[in-house]
Design a protein around this ligand. Structure first.
Ligand code: ZN
Length: 286
C-alpha cells in the first residue's frame, strides 16, 4: 500500500499528513534516488511513503529534517538506513528534548520505532547543501520557529521547501523559548524572501496546508493517507504548493488556478504575512 503523492515541480513531490495536514517533500533524482524531507507523522503514513517509493522504483538515499520538533524526526525501517540530516543547531536541540519529544510522539502518533526516533545527524558547520547525489538542496538556516530551523531551496526546480515557517492555516509559530522570538522570525522571513529572489523560486511548499482548500481544489478531492489504487495517483494533478509567480515550471494549467494560489495573490499574501507577523506574535507572547 502506497502513499498518495502530488508532483509540484519536476522531480519534486509532496504528501500530506493526517495530523495538521503537514507536508512531506520528496526530491527525486533522475536515477530514482530520493531525498526525503520531513517524512510524515503516523506510523502508517511513514511506512506507506516507503512503500510508495519502492513501488515507483525509487530508493531513499538521504533525508532532511527541517527542524527538530518531534513530528519532523520520525522514521521507518522501511525507508532504510540512510543519513538523516539537520542543521547542527537542530541536531543539538533534538538531543536536549529527546525524552519529552518521544512522549509527544507516543501520545499523538503511537507505535513508532523508538530507536529510529530522532536519529538525525548534524550537517557540517560549513555545509551549504544537503549531501546527496541528486539535485541541489541548498540549506537556508535560521532560528525562527525552532532552533536551527532550515528551509531548503531546490534551485533546479524553482521550489522553496519552507518547513514550519509558512502556512495558510497557522499563525506564525514562534520559538518562545528564544531570547528574541519575534526578531528571529523576522530574520527567518527575510532569509526566505532573499532566497526566493536569488534563486527565482516559483513555488513554495509550506509546512501545513488548509484542508478545506484541498477539499475544494478544482478537479476534486483526495485523501491524505495511504492508497492502493493506482488510478487515484494518476488522477492527482493538483499542485500541493504555492506557485508564487507565473512560470513555465508551473505544473497546473491555467484552468486549474484558484484565487488563493494564483501568483499575485500569493505574492501579496507573503508580503502581508511578512508585514504583520509581529502582531500575532505579540499576541501569542502576552
Ligand atoms: Zn515545528
Amino acid at each position: 500500500m502506497g502513499r498518495e503523492l502530488t508532483q509540484v515541480a519536476p522531480g519534486v513531490w509532496t504528501a500530506t499528513a493526517e495530523i495538521w495536514t503537514s507536508l512531506t517533500t520528496l526530491v527525486v533524482a533522475d536515477d530514482g534516488a530520493c531525498l526525503v524531507v520531513d517524512p510524515g507523522i503516523t506510523v502508517a503514513e511513514v511506512e506507506c511513503l516507503a512503500d510508495e517509493i519502492r513501488d515507483r522504483g525509487w530508493h531513499v538515499e538521504a533525508a532532511f529534517a527541517t527542524h527538530a520538533h518531534w513530528d519532523h524526526v520520525l522514521w521507518s525501517a522501511r525507508l532504510g538506513d540512510v543519513p538523516r540530516w539537520a542543521t547542527p543547531a537542530a541536531a543539538a536541540a533534538q538531543q536536549r528534548s529527546r525524552d519529552a519529544d518521544l512522549a509527544k510522539a507516543d501520545a499523538a502518533a503511537p507505535g513508532h520505532d523508538r530507536e529510529l526516533f530522532g536519529r538525525i545527524t548534524a550537517l557540517p558547520d560549513d555545509a551549504v547543501a544537503v549531501p546527496w547525489s541528486g539535485p541541489r538542496a541548498l540549506v537556508v538556516g535560521h532560528h525562527a520557529h525552532a532552533p536551527g530551523h532550515a528551509a531548503l531551496v531546490l534551485p533546479d526546480s524553482g521550489v522553496l521547501v519552507a518547513g514550519d515557517m509558512l502556512s495558510d492555516i497557522e499563525i506564525p509559530l514562534l520559538d518562545v523559548d528564544a531570547a528574541d522570538p519575534v526578531g528571529d522570525y523576522r530574520d527567518g522571513l527575510h532569509r526566505l524572501e532573499a532566497a526566493v529572489t536569488q534563486h527565482a523560486i516559483t513555488a513554495v511548499v509550506p509546512g501545513t496546508v488548509m484542508s478545506a482548500a484541498r477539499a475544494s481544489w478544482p478537479g476534486g478531492s483526495w485523501s491524505t493517507g495511504c492508497t492502493s489504487a493506482p488510478s487515484s495517483r494518476a488522477s492527482t494533478r493538483r499542485t500541493l504548493a504555492w506557485p508564487i509567480r507565473g512560470s513555465a515550471r508551473r505544473t497546473r494549467s491555467s484552468s486549474e488556478r484558484s484565487p488563493r494560489t494564483d501568483g499575485p495573490a500569493v505574492a501579496a499574501g507573503l508580503r502581508s504575512f511578512h508585514g504583520t507577523c509581529r502582531e500575532p506574535a505579540v499576541r501569542r507572547l502576552r
